[in-house]
Design a protein around this ligand. Structure first.
Ligand code: G4P
Length: 198
């Protein structure tokens, strides 16, 4: 998605060789019009697939998921992160680890909000190693819900989460795939096929 790539090029900040800071439009301050365009694009990519619910992970995924859900006219469920290991029987839970933040956590979703009749689109802001996505897959498996696809705003293509998920046959659509980055030369993107001119 050209609009997102331009925004990353103009406003993103590369830290070292593997962290892209996008606090000014996605992770701290939110550019609502940009997120609305992202929601519209996810709708274009996944419409007519019977999606009845959007799942994301707190916190940064929520805004994109909500904008997307407006186009699908479906509810959003967000997985919560708990530092407690003992999360009870009323929730599906999966252990996860954030490399970026160096923390372990339990990802939890109430059993009330996922069921085998659900067709789920999982939306998130970043895909790096795929830890969050694999925990979501674990939770979906426990619930019996069907994963229709995954929509990611920014995939770091030089980390292996995207490769692993595509090899599993999952329909993964990323609006921008960062192929490489460094503090001097900035960010380069992977060419992608079927996108609209926005
Ligand atoms: P993974 O889930 O794909 O394996 O990635 P990792 O453990 O490294 O990511 C941990 C958190 O950091 C995730 O957010 C992820 O979205 C975010 N992240 C990963 N790489 C980058 C990056 O280059 N830039 C930015 N801005 N974020 C990145 P989270 O823990 O769920 O945090 P949040 O949603 O509460 O912000």
């Amino acid at each position: 998605m050209k609009l997102l790539e331009e925004k990353i090029k103009n406003e993103g900040q590369v830290i070292g060789t593997d962290i892209l800071k996008v606090d000014m439009f996605l992770n701290h301050q939110i550019d609502v019009n940009l997120l609305d365009e992202m929601g519209k694009e996810f709708y274009r990519l996944f419409k007519n697939k019977g999606i009845n619910k959007i799942l994301t992970v707190e916190s940064s995924g929520i805004a994109i998921a909500v904008m997307t859900a407006k186009y699908f006219n479906v509810p959003v469920v967000f997985a919560k992160k708990s530092s407690h290991k003992n999360v009870g029987n009323e929730v599906y839970s999966a252990h996860s680890h954030s490399f970026t933040h160096g923390k372990d956590y339990e990802m939890i979703v109430s059993k009330k909000y996922l069921s085998p009749t659900d067709n789920i689109l999982f939306i998130d802001d970043f895909l790096a190693g795929g830890n969050a996505a694999f925990s979501v897959l674990d939770i979906l498996k426990q619930s019996g819900a069907n994963l229709v696809g995954i929509g990611i705003a920014i995939e770091k293509g030089f980390q292996d989460g995207g490769k692993k998920l595509r090899e599993m046959g999952i329909e993964l659509q990323s609006l921008a795939i960062v192929e490489g980055m460094d503090e001097t030369n900035g960010v380069s993107f992977r060419e992608q096929g079927s996108e609209t001119r926005n």
